[in-house]
Design a protein around this ligand. Structure first.
Ligand SMILES: Cc1cc2nc3c(=O)[nH]c(=O)nc-3n(C[C@H](O)[C@H](O)[C@H](O)COP(=O)(O)O)c2cc1C
Length: 327
């Protein structure tokens, strides 16, 4: 098949149009671009302010320039415009809570984080995988955002993998399955290290494969990853949007989108006190999702002897207990 025929057969866009007609749909298209997550901070005397930002981008190596953009309505605008310097903290994969902490207005954010002051007093967060200490080079008008360009005076890089953000959700970097083909099981290797790495590779490859397959199942029930998480959380009881954001680890826009979608479909409703609750229809969809997950699990595990399954569950349970500090 040549390229032109390929294009003819490729499915059309899920959504398209003029951004002015539907800002949510436009935002979803922008969310197809994956980024990392930073906390950008500035200080003047005792006052420190900071916010989560994924608009960070590199600009130039020589001179060393970076940029990011801040919503003009943000409470932090005066601080970033008045102070001529800021620090950029690139978050690591285990710092999702820090992103949530700095991703919405909350009192005493820096009292809840471990940090030290950089050259200009700007916060450098412990555990970040890179720090950039910048002086402001320029502010450019960017529609409803100010674009801040910074000149990097100092940087530091630490061991660790980045926290990712795409489609309104956090992620962790996993090597592309085609770049790391699933290993073919081999006879027991000589050394312990070799056996352990083989087991981990199998685990990762199986997870990649199962997640992709389950994604298809979810689509059959007509539920996105985000609305699935919201349905599951609201099944436990009514919840306010900002709490949903914290508990489902979805970005503000993803929660907003999912609630709009669920409400348009009659599956969730806003109560008088501002919290959201499932409707009877929402409870039915959640039950269908649960049945679909059970059916999927059953199908995937079909033919595997019960004893093998019990052993696998024991091993995975032990790994998880160890990961959470147990024995
Ligand atoms: C992952 C993530 C990325 C964000 N990126 C930006 C950004 O690039 N620019 C921005 O103005 N706000 C961004 N925000 C929202 C701000 O962090 C949030 O508005 C701010 O912390 C709250 O302060 P404010 O109400 O004064 O804006 C982001 C939030 C999250 C969770």
């Amino acid at each position: 098949m040549n390229q032109a025929t390929d294009l003819l057969h490729s499915p059309g866009p899920v959504e398209e149009g003029n951004p002015a007609d539907d800002f949510r749909a436009f935002r979803r298209a922008l969310g197809q671009f994956a980024t990392g997550v930073t906390v950008i901070a500035t200080s003047a005397g005792d006052e420190v302010v900071g916010m989560a930002a994924n608009s960070f981008s590199t600009v130039s190596l020589d001179p060393p320039l970076v940029l990011w953009s801040i919503r003009k309505e943000s409470r932090s605008v005066p601080a970033f415009l008045n102070n001529g310097h800021f620090s950029i903290n690139v978050l690591g994969e285990d710092q999702m809570e820090l992103s949530a902490l700095f991703g919405r207005p909350q009192p005493d954010q820096f009292g809840q984080a471990k940090w030290s002051a950089g050259t200009h007093g700007d916060p450098l967060l412990e555990g970040a995988i890179a720090h950039f200490e910048c002086v402001r080079e320029a502010v450019v008008d960017g529609g409803d955002h100010h674009i801040l360009i910074g000149r990097v005076e100092r940087y530091a890089r630490f061991e660790g993998a980045p926290l990712l953000f795409a489609q309104g959700q956090y992620g962790v970097p996993v090597a592309h399955p085609d770049a790391t083909p699933a290993p073919t099981p081999q006879p027991a290797a000589d050394t312990r290290e070799a056996e352990e790495s083989l087991f981990l590779s199998l685990l990762k490859a199986a997870d990649n494969h199962m997640s992709a397959l389950f994604q298809e199942q979810r689509q059959h029930v007509g539920v996105t990853v985000a609305s699935g998480r919201i349905l599951n959380r609201l099944f436990e009881g009514p919840c306010a949007p900002d709490v949903l954001e914290l508990e489902t680890f979805l970005g503000e826009s993803a929660v907003d989108d999912a609630l709009t979608e669920l409400s348009q479909k009659g599956q969730a409703e806003r109560l008088a006190d501002g919290t959201w609750s499932l409707t009877d229809e929402g409870r039915e969809v959640r039950a269908a999702l649960r049945r679909s997950a059970e059916h999927f699990t059953h199908e995937q595990l079909r033919g595997i002897p019960t004893q093998d399954l019990a052993t696998a569950e024991r091993v995975l349970g032990t790994l998880l207990r160890r990961a959470s500090g147990g024995q």
